[in-house]
Design a protein around this ligand. Structure first.
Ligand SMILES: O=C(O)CCC(=O)C(=O)O
Ligand SMILES: [Fe+2]
Length: 295
């Protein structure tokens, strides 16, 4: 039987048919069962986009800090403090990335078709930082018991290789999305041996997209080799949630090229009420999202 063709669950059917066409069904299964997956570059975007995203991030970093990194492959020094949010509309490469069909399909699988891009951030990391980020969950404000569906999704575009622990990768605890926040010493299970918590380092070549259910326990281990780790982090949320980033002006040119941008960024929402609801088409998706986790 071809279940997605039967029209019994229109939102889920749409997602499953798109996933099949994009050849990413196995990644949805990883997410549903283990809570995370890594989509390889060839299923995601043209290779040149990785290069452009890396350059765009280094450019944003330089504009905000005045610090120029000449060669990220070998740079080994200090990373200045930078404001990691609020630059999404500053370079079209970022907007191209979030319009890739596989990116959107997988984000909507986790947060529903009404889910929105709540914010985008980036991570620059060298061995100078000597930081093992404690295990944590990003499901801020969601009390236990956690729902069986994702409220947040993290879509991290790996812009440099994560091939071994030396690269300073994110580590994740498979299955932890089904539980609760870590307690006490559980947050250090990636730096010391732990009896039952077994974090795994993310592995993927530059250009891959790592995706995890925002409830999952994750952290990172320090980088121990030369060069910078560069990661472009996207947070998706369910439509009832408040965006991470401040609302920004979309330019007329951007709107013309990407007419779906206001919806994608969660600008088309019914709450908070500021005036009468004059556009009822914003109401229905929110109501429907409360009926079906894929809506
Ligand atoms: O990749 C890392 O270094 C962990 C970052 C993190 O906690 C996050 O993106 O939510
Ligand atoms: Fe996190």
């Amino acid at each position: 039987m071809d279940l997605p063709a039967l029209g019994t669950n229109p939102d889920l059917d749409d997602l499953m048919q798109r996933a099949r066409a994009l050849d990413i069904e196995e990644h949805l299964l990883d997410l549903a069962m283990y809570g995370f997956t890594v989509v390889p570059p060839e299923k995601l975007a043209p290779p040149a986009l990785t290069e452009r995203l890396r350059a765009a991030i280094l450019d944003v970093y330089e504009r905000r800090t005045g610090h120029h990194i000449e060669d990220w492959r070998t740079y080994d020094g200090k990373i200045e403090r930078y404001q990691a949010w609020g630059w999404l509309l500053e370079n079209d490469a970022f907007l191209e990335a979030v319009h890739q069909p596989a990116f959107q399909c997988i984000a909507q699988f986790l947060t529903g078709r009404s889910g929105f891009l709540a914010g985008a951030s980036f991570i620059l990391k060298t061995r100078e930082q000597e930081l093992d980020l404690p295990l944590h969950s990003d499901s801020h404000g969601v009390p236990p018991p956690w729902p069986s569906f994702a409220t947040y999704a993290n879509l991290s575009w790996l812009l440099t290789d994560y091939l071994s622990r030396e690269d300073g990768p994110t580590v994740l605890v498979p299955g932890s999305q089904r539980g609760r926040m870590p307690r006490g010493g559980e947050s250090q299970a990636h730096t010391t041996e732990h009896e039952y918590i077994k974090p795994v380092p993310l592995e993927g070549a530059a250009g891959s997209l790592a995706v995890w259910n925002g409830s999952m326990w994750h952290g990172s281990v320090r980088r121990t080799k030369p060069g910078a780790r560069i990661t472009l982090v996207h947070v998706y949320q369910r439509v009832f949630m408040r965006p991470v980033e401040r609302v920004k002006e979309i330019s007329p040119e951007q709107l013309e090229r990407w007419p779906g941008l206001p919806k994608l960024l969660g600008y088309e929402r019914i709450y908070p009420y500021q005036e009468e609801v004059t556009r009822p088409h914003h109401v229905d998706p929110t109501i429907q999202a409360g009926r079906d986790q894929y809506a």
